[in-house]
Design a protein around this ligand. Sequence first.
Ligand code: NAP
Length: 248
Amino acid sequence: MNKVALITGGSRGIGAATALLAASQGWSVAINYVRHAHAAEALARQIRDAGGKAITIQADVSVEADVITMFETLDHELGRLTALVNNAGVVDHASRVDQMIGDRLRRMFSINVLGSFYCAREAVRRMSTKYGGEGGSIVNVSSAASRLGSPGEYVDYAASKGAIDVLTIGLAKEVASEGIRVNAVRPGFIETEIHASGGRPNRVSDLTPSVPMGRGGTAEEVAESIVWLMSDASPFTTMSFLEISGGR
Ligand code: NAP
């Protein structure tokens, strides 16, 4: 069977590691990005040079029309979708809730929550047996923040991931009888560029003392769990959460 995956935010970090690993296991991958076309194209080239199949699709997941066009492009270029990884996400600079302005909150919830809903909706319309599909898998990238709350840093981000957790639970039950499994991973401190985007490039090394395993994780370590949840190797696993946080 042709295995086709869409990985939102696949140009860098956890999404890029997931695209690489999935492609090495025979998945055709659509690598979504919003701004870094070069990174996405370089990754797709790397996959194709290794004999895999990859395309790139620019889309801002917080823009509904972009998401609709992205899925239509995928239908056309790769065929029937079998897995969605809702990975695109952002943080912001450290702030207390009493200092958070509306623009910040709207951006956070538009990308992390609305974006995941738009993509999940489009994926269900293609994968559900109710719509004539053949089933599939959705993996939502949540965060350890959803159970820790991120006080003094970004409670808004943590709350957006809390919404992802509830999306995972509700959607998993909603489509379980339609051939679709819905699961989530909750990474802890993972070495990617997301921390620099929040103004703290050394965040992982600064905070490792709070990790029982005494180190941060790698994007590749998260990708292993995501690809397992995407695959036929986890056929009876739905509505589950994998903690990838070194015991934190
Ligand atoms: P990253 O290195 O900053 O990469 C973010 C990715 O998301 C990039 O591919 C970026 O595309 C894309 N993106 C951002 N906004 C987007 C939008 N509006 N529409 C489409 N794509 C967008 O982040 P990461 O650390 O790999 O994080 C990936 C996911 O893991 C996020 O959901 C994050 O919350 C979660 N997570 C990360 C950690 C961690 O410690 N790293 C921990 C827990 C959870 P461009 O390249 O075009 O900018």
